[in-house]
Design a protein around this ligand. Structure first.
Ligand SMILES: [Cu+2]
Length: 135
């Protein structure tokens, strides 16, 4: 019973910290990392390259060596979430940048969903970015 109470109290503290965003300035936090698109638009068509940068928003510096484990590219912003296309990582990006290849079969807005682990941080960076494919 005592352990149970402690576990509950601990969880309450965690929730309070999450809501309040209470963490010391000296420590980085997983919420301090954000993906950004290098280019907001691509040409519609096969085998287009999308480059994203993973930024530490506290330092303003790109973050190399992140492990990107979840990607999805679909047309949710234009109401076509079922219209998804394969997205493949490709090498050759500079440190802190990450490149992908995908076929944009239709002009319009595409949503790129990314998940990543950052070295030395617990938790996951999860971002959704909107890319416009142009005719
Ligand atoms: Cu579409």
């Amino acid at each position: 019973m005592k352990t149970f109470t402690h576990a509950r109290a601990f969880r309450a503290v965690l929730i309070a910290a999450a809501i309040g965003g209470a963490h010391t300035a000296a420590l980085a936090d997983i919420t301090d990392y954000k993906f950004e698109l290098v280019d907001q638009s691509v040409q519609a068509g096969p085998d287009k390259i999308v480059t994203v940068r993973l930024m530490n928003t506290k330092t303003g510096k790109p973050v190399p060596d992140a492990v990107i484990f979840a990607t999805r590219l679909d047309m949710a912003p234009d109401g076509m979430q079922e219209m998804a296309t394969k997205i493949v990582p490709v090498p050759g990006a500079e440190p802190g940048s990450y490149k992908f290849k995908a076929t944009f079969g239709m002009a319009g807005r595409w949503q790129l969903s990314l998940g990543a682990k950052v070295q030395g941080e617990t938790g996951t960076v999860e971002n959704k970015l909107v890319i416009t494919a142009q005719k």
